[in-house]
Design a protein around this ligand. Structure first.
Ligand code: AMP
Length: 607
């Protein structure tokens, strides 16, 4: 790796680099800086955001800018106001030792008159969004006929935002002899066209493979039911008390809803979406950038160009449709050598999309389990205790003044009692919230297999059932009867047609000679009344709540022989026998229902 000293930068610029705290050039800087300083070839850089591209073009351009003329010499186009301001700010910092070089940012949604005034300033380097640049060119204020460098930053994003025509207009208004530098994470056809038509023998710099996510980002996913997404989000956030991240949503509406809910639930969050005024956007961004806001809930469009360093997390509240959008989102964390985490909250049907993104980005995704209530409480508690330990108490603080009185009030309590009460008081809300909290993880077939191998219990726990208003019913038919889950669903639906609403049926556990089925708790009793004791093909159904089953297990076991006899007796009085039912032969051995494969359809023959 070379050092900044070997790239041809002047002492003035090297001083600015030192002031920025940059020690070594990044790969994109190593290749781009000398190429610009030597008036070399056009450059296409397929580098992800966070690779140091602003300094790669900014440092040499500042160095070569002639401050004795008032002409605009460089035009840098960027997709959003945010990015535009960020680039202008960075370039101003590179020009800290070349104060006469003037840098002006021009972008939509802001007073054009003050931008016109600044352009007359002079403006050696102009950073702008395409629409506003065209407007200023049309007004004759921005003159780009003599520029030496044209930079297209995040070119694919500009295209996505509909600036295609503006980019072509600008390109064709600039002098032939300019050096064009194009930065793009991807190469859609229009960008290829720009390269072919407007760039001369460009040198291609690929930093990592196209579409490859940043190396230091860990990709995690959590599988939950769609309706549990928000609860899962909260738990994931709860496990990282110092989280600083962006939560990506699909729509403005969803962005608003999630941000509102988070705020209501006491999280330090806010929304960024297209319905906000420019002033509101600026305020939210200012709070986020200064870390006064921990979670920014945003749409992809609103978050474009947000260049905030040190994000610990990017959270995909919903997976984007396009795998490349995922790569862009996750590239917002893990910048400038820092590590980051990209989290996706998905439901089972989205697993194949995770596999697709894995393939495109060449990254392995790690499946994580939504933390349990216990884990979260422990995490919060330890974080709180850490805070207490690290809290400075100045002898002249307001607290100190009250200490003698406080000590006296607490004097009748032991140290252990004080600690216990203090913590109980502090954690009352958290504990109450997480009491009986459900397991939000969706169990995949592979999990069930794994649990079985380890001899662990599979399926939903009681807290889950209660929380979701689901009851778990026992039915005395199982695999031995050659039934499938769909047969049980058919049976329940057939027997409960008279219910005012269709019964929602959840998880079904098929065991050897009995099954468990989850149903709406509100219909559980009716279902039991409608089914328990009914006879199918001479076999008497036993349907009851699992809780009762557990309580009555012992007595039921004693009754099992009786039940068998009863079944036999009931068969004997089965009217179908008299009607010459075609399944009559099965009853002779008191067969269980459905045992004859050809008889599957008979599951709904109720009496
Ligand atoms: P960029 O890709 O231009 O958005 O830069 C990403 C971040 O990396 C910015 O915060 C830069 O200040 C920082 N950065 C750029 N070049 C270097 C470098 N050579 N060493 C350390 N940090 C850098």
């Amino acid at each position: 790796m070379s050092s900044f000293d070997s790239l041809g930068l002047s002492e003035e610029l090297l001083a600015a680099v030192r002031e920025k705290g940059f020690e070594d050039p990044t790969p994109v800087q190593e290749r781009t800086i000398p190429e610009i300083l030597n008036h070399g070839r056009d450059i296409i850089s397929l580098a992800q955001t966070g690779t140091g591209k602003t300094a790669a073009f900014g440092l040499p351009i500042v160095q070569l800018t002639d401050d004795l003329t008032s002409q605009t010499q460089a035009l840098i186009l960027s997709p959003t106001r945010e990015l535009c301001l960020q680039i202008a700010k960075d370039i101003k910092s590179f020009a800290s030792t070349r104060q006469r070089v003037q840098i002006v940012a021009v972008y939509g949604g802001s007073d054009i008159r003050s931008q016109i005034k600044q352009l007359k300033g002079p403006a050696h380097i102009v950073v702008g969004t395409p629409g506003r640049v065209i407007d200023l060119i049309d007004r004759g204020v921005l003159k780009i006929g003599n520029i030496r460098w044209l930079v297209l930053d995040e070119a694919d994003e500009m295209l996505n935002m509909g600036f295609k025509d503006d980019i072509e207009t600008i390109l064709s208004s600039t002098p032939e002899e300019r050096q064009t530098l194009l930065f793009s994470a991807t190469m859609p056809p229009f960008i290829e066209k720009v390269v072919g038509q407007y760039m001369k023998d460009p040198m291609e710099i690929r930093i990592g493979k196209t579409n490859e996510g940043a190396a230091n980002v860990e990709h995690q996913y959590y599988i939950v039911k769609a309706q549990d997404r928000y609860l899962a989000l909260k738990r994931i956030v709860d496990m990282v008390p110092d989280i600083y991240g962006i939560v990506f949503c699909r729509t403005r509406q969803e962005t608003k809803e999630i941000a509102d809910k988070l705020i209501e639930d006491g999280y330090n969050a806010d929304a960024l979406h297209g319905d906000l005024s420019q002033a509101q956007r600026d305020m939210v961004m200012q709070r986020f950038r200064t870390k006064h806001l921990q979670l920014l809930v945003a749409t992809d469009v609103a978050a474009r160009g947000i260049d905030v360093m040190e994000l610990t997390h990017v959270i995909n509240y919903n997976l984007p449709d396009d795998a490349e959008v995922y790569v862009h989102r996750s590239g917002r964390t893990g910048r400038a050598g820092k590590s980051g985490i990209s989290v996706s909250i998905i439901h089972t049907r989205e697993l194949n999309r995770i596999r697709l993104i894995e393939k495109i980005s060449h990254k392995k995704f790690i499946r994580c389990l939504v933390p349990s209530a216990e884990e979260i409480c422990q995490k919060k508690l330890l974080h709180f205790i850490d805070g207490v330990i690290n809290q400075d108490v100045d002898s002249d603080s307001t607290v100190s003044a009250f200490l003698p009185t406080i000590m006296e009030s607490l004097s009748m309590l032991s140290k252990e009692e004080i600690v216990a009460k203090f913590i109980a008081n502090e954690f009352e809300t958290v504990n109450r919230y997480y009491q009986n909290a459900a397991d939000l993880n969706v169990e995949l077939a592979e999990d069930r297999k794994g649990k079985k191998e380890k001899g662990e219990k599979s399926g939903s726990d009681n807290a889950y059932l209660e929380k979701h208003d689901i009851a778990r019913l026992f039915i005395n038919i199982g695999k031995i009867d050659h039934i499938k889950a769909t047969d049980i669903i058919g049976l329940i639906n057939d027997y409960n047609r008279k219910l005012p609403q269709k019964v929602n049926i959840g998880h079904i556990d098929l065991n050897r000679n009995f099954s468990f089925v989850e149903v709406d708790r509100k219909w559980a009793n009716e279902i039991i009344n409608n089914m328990n004791g009914k006879v199918i093909d001479g076999y008497k159904l036993v349907v009851e709540m699992t809780e009762e089953r557990a309580r009555n297990r012992r007595s039921k076991e004693n009754d099992s022989r009786k039940e068998y006899k009863n079944n036999k007796r009931e068969y004997n009085s089965n009217p179908r026998k008299e009607r010459g039912d075609k399944n009559r032969h099965r009853s002779k051995d008191n067969e269980r229902p459905f045992s004859n494969k050809n008889n599957k359809g008979k599951k709904s023959n109720k009496k």
